[in-house]
Design a protein around this ligand. Structure first.
Ligand code: NAD
Length: 480
């Protein structure tokens, strides 16, 4: 049980403005596992003020040399790594992510990102001189944007926070991070790691709270940039606010990506099962980039159905804290209701349940849903068009590669996806024509050194890669 009664603001644990709390419940057992204070508007004001002071400090973080910032980020990475096991435990207990996955991602990826961005900026100055075209010299500077409001969802709370704070810190910005109410206990570990790292007070502040407090942060007059990961519906509202305020914004939103099985794919689960799972069902289907529309060639449709039925039917369902669990519960009862609503809709619209479709037996507590495979899905069905965010796959037949590409692109979204084939050149040809921000061949794994993000309703802007640093900076030209 983790009951915490202070907020991490200005480098210290301070008393909150009210006695309202967020109570966290285990997704696997439905038992209360902890609580933290709920940040309200006054707490956001205090956090933004602390971030503002830290940014405006004439000797502060923004003025440190990139090499000094890199050294502090590496200490931050070390401190986070020491806390990795506790981070994984908290994340899995809260949102139902199987602990094997949270140990591999949530406990490890933030430190990888911090070290990566530390490496990128070590040799950089963010200021260069070149000849002015009309004579003389121009000094071009990349200056940090200022105070960043970072709003994070519950599905990969630590990794997705790091997608934001690692490049923002590298750029010289300060931050106010708002975790989702479902996943707040892990942010205590994050705060402790920041304290240990020697990153100056106020550079990172954390305000656990709901959407109202998130909206307040987005519109806050002393915030300079918003970086948001979450649903497309919330992203649209945030985009509207930022448009009105002319405030730079990065939006990483939902997806309904295609896993395209080409007609020469090797469907031997002994060979591809793990990669197929990672690309379509990882984290109980609660991963934004998953290929949840499986496009299968008519010539091998039955074989593809059998392959996915075997994959989904073989997965071990259980408590997220059990090392052998492959599918844990949904993150909340609300999320389970939503997934079950889509399963009912799929059946009502005429798709055929091949495996799953209900709640697993033997789990009398926890928000579990069986991994579910729908066959005979038409791309116009609701379950093929809307993001479900659960372990539910729709198998859609296609005739030839051009038809597969047409169906893949017939979506409001464009975030991830994958192509399964034994011919890499053919895969690259298809990949070039799919409207998406990222796509994998015979697996899907985001690369810290390459841009990640979506097209269409999946978002605006990109995270990861060296480019992400420039999303937390602005250019200044000095004609000198
Ligand atoms: P959500 O949009 O409900 O909430 C995300 C975060 O935004 C939470 O911290 C929430 O409190 C806050 N929030 C909600 N409405 C807000 C508003 N109007 N103003 C400011 N803050 C607001 O999403 P969720 O249910 O927590 O997460 C699931 C969604 O996130 C899925 O749609 C998923 O695809 C998406 N997601 C996208 C990516 C990506 O990189 N593209 C990654 C993970 C999750």
């Amino acid at each position: 049980m983790t009951h915490h009664d202070t907020l991490f603001i200005g480098g210290e644990w301070i008393a909150p403005s009210s006695n309202q709390t967020i109570t966290v419940v285990s997704a696997s057992t439905e038992e209360v596992i902890g609580s933290v204070p709920e940040a309200l508007e006054a707490d956001v004001d205090a956090a933004v003020d602390a971030a503002r002071r830290a940014f405006d400090d004439p000797n502060g973080w923004a003025t440190w040399s990139p090499a000094d910032r890199a050294a502090a980020m590496e200490r931050f990475a070390d401190a986070l790594e020491r806390r990795g096991p506790q981070v994984a435990q908290h994340v899995s207990a809260q949102n139902g992510m199987p602990i094997a996955i949270s140990s591999a991602y949530e406990a490890a990826f933030p430190a990888v990102l911090l070290r990566y961005y530390a490496g990128v900026i070590k040799e950089r100055t963010f200021e260069e001189e070149h000849p002015h075209m009309m004579g003389g010299t121009t000094v071009v500077r990349q200056e940090p944007l200022g105070v960043v409001g970072a709003i994070v969802p519950w599905n990969f709370p630590q990794s997705l926070a790091a997608f934001k704070y690692a490049p923002a810190l590298a750029a010289g910005c300060t931050l106010v991070i708002k975790p989702s109410p479902e996943t707040v206990l892990d942010s205590i570990e994050l705060a402790e790691a920041i304290r240990e790292s020697g990153i100056p007070e106020g550079v990172v502040n954390i305000v656990p709270g709901g959407r109202e407090v998130g909206a307040y942060l987005v519109a806050h007059p002393r915030v300079d940039k918003i970086s948001f990961t979450g649903s497309t519906a919330a992203g649209r509202m945030i985009g509207e606010t930022c448009g009105r305020l002319l405030r730079p914004v990065t939006l990483e939103l939902g997806g309904k990506s295609a896993a395209i099985i080409l007609d020469d794919a090797d469907l031997d689960l002994a060979k591809i099962g793990q990669d197929l799972f990672g690309a379509t069902l990882l984290n109980n289907g609660q991963t934004c980039y998953l290929g949840t529309r499986v496009l299968a060639p008519r010539s091998r449709y039955d074989e593809v159905v059998d392959t996915f039925a075997a994959l989904a039917g073989s997965l071990k369902i259980g408590n997220a804290l059990d090392e052998t669990t492959q599918i844990g519960p949904m993150a909340s009862d609300r999320q389970r209701d939503r997934v079950e609503g889509y399963i009912a809709k799929g059946k009502a619209e005429g798709a055929r349940v091949v495996v799953g479709g209900g709640r697993p037996s033997g789990q009398d507590k926890g928000w579990f849903v069986e991994p579910t495979i729908f066959a005979d899905v038409d791309n116009n069905h609701t379950i093929a068009q809307e993001e479900i965010f659960g372990p539910v796959l729709s198998l859609i037949p296609y005739t030839d590669d051009a038809d597969a590409i047409r169906i893949a692109n017939d979506s409001d979204y464009g975030l991830g996806g994958s192509i399964w084939t034994q011919d890499r050149e053919r895969a690259l040809g298809v990949a070039r024509r799919v409207q998406t921000g990222t796509i994998g061949v015979n697996h899907y794994l985001p690369d810290p050194s390459s841009p990640f993000g979506g097209v269409k309703a999946s978002g605006l802007g990109r995270e990861l890669s060296p480019h992400a640093i420039s999303h937390y900076q602005q250019y200044k030209s000095i004609f000198a």
